[in-house]
Design a protein around this ligand. Sequence first.
Ligand code: NIG
Ligand code: FE
Length: 413
Amino acid sequence: MRTLFTNIKELIQVRDASVQKVSGNEMGDLPTLKNAYLLIEDTRIKDFGSMDSLTSTEVDKTINCKGKMIFPTWCDSHTHLVYAGNREGEFADKIKGLSYEEIAQKGGGILNSAKKLQNTSEKELFIQSGKRIEEIIRLGTGAVEIKSGYGLTADAEIKMLRVIQKLKEKYPISIKATFLGAHAFPKAYQNNKNAYIDLIIDTMLPLVAKDELASFVDVFCEKNYFTVAQTQRILKAAKRYGLVPKIHVNQFNSIGGVSVGVKNQALSVDHLEVLTEEDLSVLHQSTTIPVALPACSFFLGIPYTPARRIIDDGLALALATDYNPGSTPSGNMNFVVASACIKMKMTPEEAINAATINGAYAMGVQKELGSITKGKKANFFLTKEIPSYGYLPYAFGSNLIEQVYLEGRKIKI
Ligand code: NIG
Ligand code: FE
């Protein structure tokens, strides 16, 4: 099946296959083609170019895109979208002035979600999570990383990872799974934290590996959560099973999470709302990509990751949602791109690069996704009629996506 998209006002993020990620100044450059065509064959991008260079070719279908643009779908490299219920009760506490830590100390937070998830059947969890997947696809996301971490028992962590596995089988979106058993200490282990680390290493990791339920391992490396030494133990053990680290660091405090991540060849270090000069210099000596989560900063009212400092220093940066019930109850990458521009002073070019090619790198799918490139998966969205690509983050509250294609197939929206 060959489909030809013609008269595309602007085809966004056209790259050749050699580009893995973009860093520093390169992030300010967004390659596009005006008045373009795009040819897809079955699930892949076959060809593209300017309309002037289009020669007659046999196709099954032609779609005229006059006035509309085509973007590669967003690559959301950090979510916790498999969860049970919501935490809107805590929302009211937050409005009254309680901090994230105070809410957690009151019995809210991650442990609250863990209790709900442990009492929810696998089938019900799949239904609730499937609705979130359908929603983010409509919002233009074509690749998503999903973490466990609301189970906190061997059974419940495996249940979450099995749900992620089933989502992969059912939906055409590309999904990568991350094991986050080290998200919080369950109540029963508050006075014996090492015993929980033992449970993760001796029981959970072998189960995850046995059924190949995850590609990545994550730890919430933060004061009152997991120390650097505990993080090191877990990452080292996970490495024996081939799990690559993608870790939560520097959300509230810089305690050495960036260093422990880099030391263990983390693919990404995520959050970084607090960032020191030392953290920056450690990142320079690595291939680890920093990931910013501006929707989390927006919702919690905490500082935004200093994107300008990171990019102006020559580093790469990716953007993701952090979709979860506690700190970011939204999986909307369009909002993430807009808030990166509005609040983090990223240019539209930088934000779009961070949410596509760099997002793909941050979840290890850059050879398949993240740009309009011959041979990559035909995952892209068609906009409504818009004056420029910068209009997308500018008109931050509008839904400007008209149609989404995943693996060459038109998604019903
Ligand atoms: O990335 N910080 C750790 N984990 C999530 C929040 C989890 C929760 O509050 O449920 C985050 O913000
Ligand atoms: Fe997170």
